[in-house]
Design a protein around this ligand. Structure first.
Ligand SMILES: Cc1cc2nc3c(=O)[nH]c(=O)nc-3n(C[C@H](O)[C@H](O)[C@H](O)COP(=O)(O)OP(=O)(O)OC[C@H]3O[C@@H](n4cnc5c(N)ncnc54)[C@H](O)[C@@H]3O)c2cc1C
Length: 380
């Protein structure tokens, strides 16, 4: 018996994959329904189609442009992105899991372990404590993971505050905006249309989130009104994070499997579910397999993030100038952020002036030119 804690995309997709292999799987979800509350922008690249064909009702918008904004520059790049209704998406994946034979126990909150093969859960409907016997436990319970904490594998995380709200604003409904520079320290701001007159507007940062958020909101709408909040934590990928200890595994935000450049965690968690399913079925070492299959890409995102966080407004202006070149746009359209290694390598081939920006380290990494000191740090 396999118990998965959390019916977000990571937990439900893993349940689907395991149930398809004939495993007995139960998901414990603390909320009374799957997909609520929403704490996400729900934007993904078309790479999502490698995992499944989304139902139309899950899709809020298809966007074919991103407007990238720096202090003194602004460019439009062609892309191929999907904005999802995140609550419907979570239910779509949970339905797949149930159709494959997995069970979902709603209103069930994971509380802790009793020994190695019993978990304690609270049935929130009647406040009763239950003891559940299980062979395997998977923490797919998000950035505050109680499974990681109680299993003693919470190696300390650094999280962005993702402050987002739904606000009234009419903008081009075929494009989303990303904003970079000193007004968006350590991350960026975004404005994503979900319908003709509402957008998901947000910022990520390590501190002073309200100040940065309201300044951005005011600059976009002239007001401080929001329709509803959709904020949450965005874990920063940590290559040293332990994600398996004995029969306890972590996945998704609980394992910090998030792209540090964008805060996108949906596609990395689906990919991690495939890796973890294979590890459980074939008794493989998940700590090693995950590093092999996704570690290099997530590390590259982290490196790019660390370098971007040193950029000045002027550096961003220059970066956008280079990104605006036709040959660069073609590459940005061909390779999305879910394939970062060929993306960066091809960018350099077509536009060597990227080397003049403080990005040389990233490029060395993509071209396999790591120096031995960096290699030692990565292996530590
Ligand atoms: C503001 C914001 C915007 C974002 N925008 C994007 C985006 O545009 N694209 C993208 O790819 N990613 C985005 N992300 C990240 C994305 O939301 C996460 O990476 C993704 O939700 C991770 O999925 P998960 O299944 O690991 O965790 P979650 O979706 O957090 O699911 C965890 C589940 O576990 C349940 N749970 C928690 N504790 C317990 C417990 N003790 N017992 C039982 N159940 C429990 C929760 O109720 C929840 O259902 C954004 C995040 C934020 C905060």
């Amino acid at each position: 018996m396999i118990t998965i804690v959390g019916a977000g995309p990571a937990g439900s997709y893993l349940a689907y994959l395991l149930a398809k292999q004939g495993k007995e799987v139960t998901i414990l979800e603390e909320h009374s329904k799957v997909g609520a509350p929403v704490q996400c922008t729900g934007i993904v690249t078309h790479s999502i189609e490698k995992f499944f064909r989304l139902k139309n009702e899950v899709i809020a918008k298809k966007l074919d442009k991103v407007v990238v904004v720096s202090k003194n520059n602004r460019i439009t790049v062609n892309v191929n992105e999907i904005v999802m209704w995140r609550d419907k998406f979570d239910r779509f994946v949970a339905d797949m899991a149930q159709d494959a034979g997995a069970e979902i126990s709603l209103n069930h909150k994971f509380m802790g372990f009793e020994g190695e093969s019993t978990i304690i859960a609270k049935d929130k409907k009647n406040n009763k404590i239950k003891k559940i016997k299980t062979d395997v436990v998977v923490g797919a319970d998000g950035p505050y993971s109680a499974v990681a904490n109680t299993a003693g594998i919470d190696s300390g995380s650094k999280n962005y505050i993702g402050m987002q709200a739904k606000v009234r604003l009419a903008m081009d409904t075929t494009a989303f905006e990303t904003h970079f520079g000193n007004d968006f320290p350590d991350f960026f701001g975004w404005c994503v249309p979900e319908s003709d007159n509402t957008v998901r507007l947000g910022i990520g940062c390590f501190e002073n989130a309200q100040e940065h958020f309201y300044r951005f909101l005011k600059s976009k709408t002239g007001k401080k009104d929001v329709l509803c909040w959709e904020s949450g934590l965005i874990p920063l990928y940590n290559p040293k994070k332990i994600i398996q200890k004995g029969n306890v595994y972590l996945i998704g935000d609980a394992a910090f499997q998030v792209k540090a450049t964008t805060g996108g965690g949906i596609i990395p968690s689906l990919k991690a579910a495939q890796t973890l399913c294979e590890c459980i079925i074939n008794s493989k070492d998940y700590n090693k397999e995950f590093k092999k299959q996704s570690g290099k890409e997530l590390l590259l995102h982290l490196r790019i993030r660390n370098i971007l966080n040193k950029f000045s407004d002027k550096d961003y202006d220059k970066l956008l100038h280079l990104m605006g070149k036709e040959k660069v746009r073609k590459i940005l359209k061909k390779y999305d952020r879910d394939t970062p290694i060929p993306l960066v390598a091809n960018l350099l081939l077509k536009e060597p002036r990227f080397l003049l920006l403080p990005t040389a380290k990233i490029i060395r990494y993509c071209c396999g030119l790591q120096d031995s000191r960096q290699q030692t740090i990565d292996n530590a």
